[in-house]
Structures are given as C-alpha cells and as structure tokens.
Design a protein around this ligand. Structure first.
Ligand code: NAG
Length: 284
C-alpha cells in the first residue's frame, strides 16, 4: 500500500470507530447489561430519537487516556446528556480534576476521538452542539451523572470530568444528590455486590441557562438505577427518581420497573411506544 493510501485507510478507521459512534454496541457494549441468554448481547438503555432532527441524540463511547471508560447518550439540542452508563467495580478516595473537558467530535466529526480540552475544537465550531465551561455559573454547577465517587481507579475518575457527563444542578441539589443517592448507593453495593451496572440520567426541564446567545437546558429530574447480576436469587436492583431545585426524591419509585414507567411518560414522544427501559427486560 502506498503511504497516502495507508493514511487514508487509517483516517477511515479512526473515523469509523470514533468516539461519537453510530451504535454503542459495536464499540463500547461492555458498559451495558448483558442478556443472560446471550453473553455477547449487550443491552443499552432506550436510545431517544427525534424525527425532526435525526442527528440530535449522539452516542458517545467516552474515551480517556487511550481507553473507553463509559458511555453517554447526549442531547445536542438541549446541550445536556440523557444518561451515562458505566460498570461499577467499587469505590475509593480519588483525586478530582480541576478543569472540565468536552467531546471534540460533537462539534467537529474529524476531531480527536478522545475527550479533551475545549481547544481541541476550532473556535468557530466550538460549543455548537454541546455545553462549554462558560455556560455554567455559581448558581448552576456542573452536576456529574457518572460521579467521581463511584470509581476505584484514577483514570476513570478523571474521565468523569467531561461536560457531556454533566448537567446544570444547583449547589444544594448537588450536595443532596451526593448524600442521599450516590453515597447511599456505595453503601448498598458494598454489602451486596462487588460489581454492578449503573445508569444515571436527567430529564430536560422548561428552564434554561442563558448567556451570550447560548442556551443550556436545566433538567427537571435526575435519576439513577443499578443492577447487580449473577446473584443466586436473581438480580439485585434499585432505582431513584428525583425532581430538582429543591431535590425531592419520588418515594413511589423504588424498582427499575417503577422508574421505567415514570421515564416513559417523562421522555414522551422521544421514545418508542414500547416505553423507556433502563436495563431492557434483564433487570426490572
Ligand atoms: C446563572 O445563570 C442563571 C441562568 O441564566 C441565572 O438565572 C442566574 O442568575 C445566574 N447566576 C449568577 C450568580 O450569575
């Protein structure tokens, strides 16, 4: 092969397995629950769709320091994620990053396929399809979906610091979500499971952060669910749905099925008639 042909081929390969992918399953299926009848079949949560704008929802295989770390469905119109899905393998105290990254390929398909600083995207295109650091202020923090505290290794903890894994959240909601949900999940999983699949998401609301002709949606709800498979009595699961500002946990939502039903109505027309499912039919 001639060198230019080789270069073209390499470029093609890097685009094909890019970070913004056509389908989670082909590139980073490992972050999703497995069909017990077929270990090779990974089942992502329902992928939202928009008939008016087929490019609106982007599937991101979150890549940091040469490895895939988790997966995010991103809403380029609202400039917030829909959900992040990850494999939980325990937790330990880790360092936080002081700066936040973005997903270069959302704004520029040919850009780096790893998360990176804003400077990875040309200024004219930067932030067209995602939130940037300047969009947030001291009222609305960058609220992690995949949290730092659900990690047992440093690169994964650093990889949570990308704005595609964050949504606007007031500081008191941020603290409450940590104490009432994230830390509790750690305590629960310590007792029952060494590993689990977790998905954490948000529902877009009717308010927006507005600045310099830019808009970022402020979620009406945060939600999360875990499923720990491989247990003799069947999978162990739990789900949480909370309204935001002030954070109010819905006490009627306990099982994944409860959450699936609520999310099916909250996501409305963006999902198929069969409804929203966090873990398919594997964990209910
Ligand atoms: C932050 O942005 C929001 C939405 O644009 C606004 O309502 C709020 O007053 C801002 N807070 C500060 C401290 O500037």
């Amino acid at each position: 092969m001639t060198p230019p042909a080789l270069l073209l081929l390499l470029l093609f390969i890097s685009l094909a397995e890019g970070h913004v992918v056509q389908s989670f399953k082909g590139t980073c299926g490992q972050f999703f629950i497995t069909d017990p009848k077929d270990q090779n079949n990974h089942i992502p949560p329902t992928i939202l769709t928009d008939n008016q704008d087929p490019d609106r929802y982007k599937q991101i295989c979150q890549r940091y320091s040469s490895q895939y770390r988790y997966a995010t469905l991103y809403d380029t119109q609202n400039r917030i994620p829909v959900y992040s899905a990850y494999q939980y393998t325990g937790h330990t105290k880790l360092k936080r990053k002081t700066t936040w990254m973005i997903e270069p390929q959302l704004d520029e398909l040919t850009a780096s396929r790893s998360m990176g600083s804003e400077s990875k995207v040309d200024k004219s295109k930067r932030g067209n399809y995602q939130a940037l650091n300047k969009d947030f202020n001291s009222t609305y923090h960058k609220g992690h979906l995949y949290p730092v505290c659900h990690n047992d290794n440093q690169p994964c903890a650093y990889a949570t610091f990308t704005l595609t894994n964050a949504a606007p959240q007031t500081s008191s909601d941020n603290l409450d979500w940590y104490h009432k949900v994230e830390a509790k999940v750690n305590k629960e999983l310590e007792k029952i499971c060494n590993t689990a699949h977790i998905v954490t998401g948000v529902v877009p609301g009717s308010k927006w952060m507005k600045k310099d002709n830019r808009e970022v949606n402020i979620p009406s709800h945060f939600w999360t669910a875990y499923c720990c498979t491989g247990k003799p009595g069947g999978p162990v699961t739990r789900a949480v749905l909370a309204q935001t500002n002030p954070l109010t946990i819905d006490n009627n939502v306990v099982t994944v099925d409860d959450l699936n039903q609520k999310l099916s109505s909250l996501y409305g027309s963006s999902i198929p008639a069969t409804g929203f499912e966090v873990f398919g039919s594997v964990c209910k």
